[in-house]
Design a protein around this ligand. Structure first.
Ligand SMILES: COc1nc(N)nc2c1ncn2[C@H]1C[C@H](O)[C@@H](COP(=O)(O)OP(=O)(O)OP(=O)(O)O)O1
Length: 157
């Protein structure tokens, strides 16, 4: 098994969350946070800020970026584990805009489109939205079926 480290950033307002509709690549046609692969020359935090800026136009400072989750994803038949570091910020600069990869949109918390998101999101978003930190593992069959998972709250990262 090898490992790929990725980031996922969720920008919050008190009653809303900013999601992006992924237009191409892995997870296309799903709403998700903003993120991607950590490059060799950067920290995980730097990658989170860069990917958010590239995919949404928003700029977050390191001081305002808070890690809330870490999830390992495994796909049956794929030897690569995705290690996804989940961050949030309520502070940002700039106006979001559509990019070639993502179409950003604010959602009221009661209107989060779980039916058009990765299946795991329905399970860990409640922890994220209630301010808890968490670690998880999800084993997927294809891109829609979760065969097993673990999900635990943690005190800090
Ligand atoms: C499998 O379950 C997942 N659930 C959620 N909510 N998010 C996931 C899942 N698996 C991956 N992700 C996230 C992690 C990243 O934020 C993106 C995938 O990033 P991508 O492959 O598009 O990375 P890039 O560096 O942008 O890649 P390209 O430059 O090749 O487009 O999804």
């Amino acid at each position: 098994m090898s490992r790929k480290v990725l980031t996922l950033v969720l920008i919050r307002k008190p009653n809303e969350v900013l999601l992006g509709y992924k237009k191409r690549g892995f997870g296309s046609n799903k709403w998700n946070g903003f993120g991607g692969k950590v490059e060799d020359n950067e920290s995980i935090c730097e990658a989170a800020i860069r990917e958010l800026r590239e995919e949404s136009g928003l700029v977050v400072s390191p001081a305002n970026l808070q890690q809330v989750g870490m999830i390992n994803f495994e796909f049956v038949g794929d030897p690569i584990i995705l290690e996804v570091h989940v961050f949030t910020s309520a502070m940002y600069e700039g106006q979001h805009f559509e990019t070639e990869e993502m179409m950003p949109k604010w959602f009221k918390l009661q209107d989060i489109p779980f039916h058009e998101m990765w299946a795991d999101d329905r399970l860990w978003f409640p922890l994220f939205l209630s301010g808890k930190k968490f670690q998880g593992y999800f084993l997927f069959q294809g891109h829609d079926v979760i065969l097993k998972h673990t999900l635990n709250t943690v005190e800090h990262f």
